[in-house]
Design a binder for this molecule. Sequence first.
Ligand code: ADP
Ligand code: ADP
Ligand code: MG
Length: 474
Amino acid sequence: MLPIRKLLIANRGEIAVRLIRACAEMGITSVAVFTDADRHALHVKKADEAYSIGPDTMGGYLNMHRLINVARAAGCDAAHPGYGFLSENPDFAAACAARGIRFVGPSAAVIRSMGDKVAARAAMIAAGVPVVPGSDGNLADVEAALPVAEKVGYPVMLKATNGGGGRGIRLCTDPDSLRRNFDRVRSEATRAFGSTDIFLEKAIVNPRHIEVQILADSHGNVTHLFERDCSIQRRHQKLIEIAPSPQLSEEQRAFVCEAAVTAARAVKYENAGTVEFLMDHDGSFYFMEMNTRLQVEHPITEMITGVDIVQEQLRVAAGLPLRYRQEDITRRGYAMEFRINAEDPENDFLPSFGRITRYFAPGGPGIRTDGAIYTGYQIPPHYDSMCAKLICWALDWDLLLARADRALRDIGVYGVKTTIPYHLAILNHPEFRTGVFDTGFIGAHPELTQVHEARPNRNLAVVIAAALAAHHGL
Ligand code: ADP
Ligand code: ADP
Ligand code: MG
């Protein structure tokens, strides 16, 4: 029997619901926490037990002492941090461990070293994994940055050393823009990540974002679950993810997956993690960062491999070996995930919080919806605007495109604006359909945000046809 009997779900939203589902399948009692704003949230309804952590002014899902107190009072023997919030906070991992609560993730030391992008780069260089050329350490001031940029060559990226979520990153095309951006990135880093550390690296031209899912246990087993292509991004934030990448050859796939395993071994990684790379126009790969947690887009990997990543995470955290060796991991078909955000694409993606007046989940072959919404649910304005993920799988790329189109028309989220029509516009763009694109795709196609024409109203056609039929007495 699994040594984990009761799990604290230290998160909210769709990922909390995802974790609760894993618990239900594994016979683990799930313990949710909720802020005042989340009193009616789906994860509260679905969990076996749920405890209030007060208003957000008390830290909400970032209040680790409160979370640990709930875990202890409820008798939890483990805590899963999900993504965002405390998931990459080494102090939380250490605090759990110190109180005999298994933290579902790598050790505090590994989280700390990989959360620092400069330290992570150094570790990868030592392990022989190719990294983006850049500064050896943090940059004291712009005078220190200028010669490094000269050496690696413009354009360069200035980045927050402790950054995440696509923030604290700026492209600099020449010394002037480097001068202009230096203080901006520094203050963004300070505000968002509480650290003034910034570094720079060469900007890869026409980059493809390719990341590899890793699973590693405490018995020395490290396996990869192939790669995901997350090149469809808006302002460095992922919008649509695909597994496997439709733009890699088998040789490139083998290379990048092997590099990710090397990276994980080099830092003695344990649990699930993701090694992110950029691929340039001639197919070379460069390590970018390692995310020491479950990722938003993990379901597409689950769809092509059949491995339940959350269940493996829980087994690894309990000290058990992985159930799969590398040769057991096979992949089948393609999967694609659409992040459904409560935002208005026609209004610069302004968050559109409010009441979901009606919600229909799509169904049929190859469709999975991981969401936190239901009819009547009021999306609180306090948190991220992502409220659901639509995940589609098919045996081949062309069928996947057709199925995704069908599912995006099938799903119904009413009462708030969402990114659904925007996804349809992207999906039906001829360039996207070739499967060959880089991270500049969204920026190069601003017209796709004019979404009202992108979703021909089939329902209306049906209504008219029915009215005509009725009129003609059919
Ligand atoms: P993924 O890398 O799993 O695709 P994202 O980069 O979109 O995920 O981040 C997942 C969530 O976590 C988002 O809500 C994002 O804003 C948040 N997040 C990620 N990294 C950080 C960080 N270092 N600090 C604060 N929030 C973060
Ligand atoms: P975060 O921690 O916020 O996820 P990353 O370092 O993973 O930050 O970068 C996020 C995105 O920014 C990448 O997916 C890519 O689109 C872009 N990016 C980052 N570094 C570079 C680079 N050196 N060249 C080109 N694009 C980059
Ligand atoms: Mg990243």
